[in-house]
Structure formats: structure tokens, C-alpha cells
Design a protein around this ligand. Sequence first.
Ligand SMILES: [Zn+2]
Length: 365
Amino acid sequence: MTDTSTSAASATTASLAINTPRRFYRGGERILAFRGLSAPEDFDGYRPEDWIASTARLFAEGGGGVSTLDSGTALPEAFSSDAAGWFGGAHVARFGGDPNLLTKLLDSGERLPVHSHPSRQFAAAHLDCDHGKTEAWIVLVADPGATVWVGFRDELSPDELAELVDAQDERLLAALNPIEVTAGDAVLVPAGQPHAIGEGVLILELQEPTDFSVMLEHERFGLELDHAFLGLDHQVALESVDHGPVTADRLATLRRRWVDVEGVGPALPDEAAPFFRAEVVHPVTGDVSLDAAYAAVVVVDGSGTLSSTDGPRDVAAGDVLLVPHSAGEVTVSGDVTLIRCMPPAPDRGPRLSSPRRPRTSRPRR
Ligand SMILES: [Zn+2]
């Protein structure tokens, strides 16, 4: 018998290299700057997303996105070989080797199209997948006046929605709630809510691990209709969209200031808990100790040290680490701010129908 605790495949804290599949919209320079990297010679300006600890794949555009460890092992393989080490027993009992989370850095070099993502219920019914895509934005950098949009201000009938989508003009964006954002803001975007991200923000994004998007605005981005509507009948795809209204009071419940946390505290509104967790760690009055957990850790400011059973590790702004449950309690010290991105607690997340296999977002064809 092989002793898996000493095999090369055992879970251990790892730095994650940049992972930026080509996308249909511009961006990526703010990711390079944040990561402290210079632009590679072949940088084409269409690398707006850094997929962190990803087992998910792009729905179209080449199907890339899966992360690879520096050892050369693709992350789904690493997770299969030591699921308990990576995730801990309670997570595995509920979700198997599925991390149940996708984390990204996203740099909007131009405004993104108005789009929405299906709920778990819709994905299960129409896309053969347990995951929908509720997502959340943790704003790290924002140009002055940077704006995001979430939810229709006024309720639309199904016909009115279909008409707006048919027209493919500026009225679609104009029907949404604009939200001016600054660094330090966080916004939760529940599945179904139409949304857009304006030009000039770098966000840390947490989401359910799929790439299902209904691209309500598609023409000006040159997207094929099959891509825009997830290969579904257009009317069926539009049934996944929330018709509103999203009131000012409702919007307020979807927002939080993450930058004000001292010590350790949540980055996101409580409503995010069934989908993912994001914890801000900012040791102000002494070291902070964190319970063992699988986490994608993004160092957003300063520098300091992370200590665990995997040893001490100096970290600085721009570092991205994958910390396994087996690293045990993690102590954070120094003048540093980091965000710990984690799956939902096992008693809050969904039951998955095939909990032993990590899944990609690809629907069976
Ligand atoms: Zn989105």
C-alpha cells in the first residue's frame, strides 16, 4: 500500500500562477499590475480574467480555464488524489472532490455586456449541472466614477424583456440600477439578476464553479447566439432572468464594505453563505488565527507571514495561494490584508448529485 500522506500528490499550500484564458472582451493589464508581472510578449489585451484554483471550463471560447499546479498536475487530478487533504472530511462528505467554488480576478478593460447567470434550479433542469452561478464582486481597484449595474429598476413583463433583448440597443443597460463603486466595496449578484461591470475596475470575484451566462447583450460583442443563450431555446434561456424590480432597499442588502474589517470578518453580505464565503484578514492588534479550511487566499495589501503545518510563508500584495484543509490552523501576522475565498460551509451548500467527481461546467451534448 502507498502511504498517501507522503506521496507527491498530497495536498500542500501552493502559490498559483496566473491563468488567463482568452476572452471576448478587453482587459488584463490591472491583473498583471496587481500580480507584479510585466506583460508577456504575446499579451493581446484580451486576458481580462485570472481563473484561480479553477476546475471549471469556459462554456465557449476554447473551453480553457482549468488551473494547473507548478508540479504540472491539473487541479482536478490533484483534488481527486487527496480530496480529504484538500477539503477536509466534512466538505468531502457533502460535496466530494468538488471545490464548489470558482474564484477570479477580473479586470474590465471595457464595459462587459449585460448578462445574467442561471440559478441552481434552472441549471439542474436545463443544463445538466448542479451549479448555477451566483457571484460576488470584491472591488480591489476602481477608476474614479467606475460603475457596475445590477437588476432591473422596474419590473418587466416577459414580453418587454424579450423586446429589449431583441432590440440589442442601449435601453437594456439603461433599465438596470447603476452603482458607483470604489475600492473596498463588495456586491453580491444573485443568480438570475441581470448585471454588467463598467470599464476600469479590478475585482476579486467569487462564484459557483460554472461558466453559464445568458448574454442579454451580445451583438456589439460579436457573440454567436448559441453562445449567448447557452445552446438553449431563446425563450427558455430568458426564463432564467429575474424581471425585477430590484429596489434601492434590496440593493442595500447586496452590498458591504470589506475594507473596514479589522482582525477577521466577512467580506460579503450574509446572503452569500449558501454559495461561498469570503473572509477579510487584517491583523491590526496582533496575529490572527484561522481555522483549517480549503481556501484560495489573495493577498490584497501589505506584506506578512502565513504560518501553518506547511511551514511559514512570507507573502505580499499580489500573491495568490491555494491553502488545503490539511495545512491546519493558519496564523497570519504582519501589516497585511488578505482575502480568504472559501466554498460554502458543508451545512450551508447544496447537495451535489455526483459528489465523488469534480465537475466541469460543460453540459453533456
Ligand atoms: Zn456575471
